[in-house]
Design a protein around this ligand. Structure first.
Ligand code: 5GP
Ligand code: ZN
Length: 122
């Protein structure tokens, strides 16, 4: 746990969040300011500042986190299959747009008719 880290406080239960998944290592919850119809955040419970801070020995749990994301997407309403799908984003560092310095993956999904690239061909 890192002091003054919002996501460590959410992992510890000190700040409430709309949790959708929890196990010994990971927690997933709804983003407080969703940027898509489905917008989840997935974090490791242990404090790691960003993807720029992971080491070779972190590979196994990072791999488990990657595999977990397809389940979180489908369990939380992302449209299945190639025509559906979801987006995974890890903003890293200030120039990478990271605001909370605790490693997290955004899972973004759901129909987005305003997104021309995702819209069916006319
Ligand atoms: P970043 O820009 O660091 O990749 O994204 C941080 C995300 O965390 C933002 O999308 C923001 O809406 C979300 N966020 C910040 N504070 C809280 C909070 O207290 N609770 C929840 N659920 N999400 C938060
Ligand atoms: Zn933290």
């Amino acid at each position: 746990m890192s002091e003054n880290c919002i996501f460590c406080k959410i992992a510890a239960g000190d700040i409430p969040a709309k949790k959708v998944y929890e196990d010994a290592d990971f927690l997933a919850f709804h983003d407080i300011n969703p940027a898509a119809p489905i917008h989840l955040l997935v974090i490791p419970k242990k404090h790691v500042a960003s993807l720029a801070h992971v080491k070779d020995e972190d590979g196994p749990w990072l791999g488990r986190m990657m595999v977990l994301m397809q389940k979180l997407a489908s369990d939380n309403g992302c449209t299945p299959g190639h025509e559906g799908g979801f987006r995974v984003v890890a903003n890293t560092g200030r120039e990478g747009g990271q605001e909370v310095d605790h490693l997290h993956f955004h899972i973004l999904g759901g129909p987005r008719p305003w997104n021309k690239r995702a819209a069916p061909a006319a």
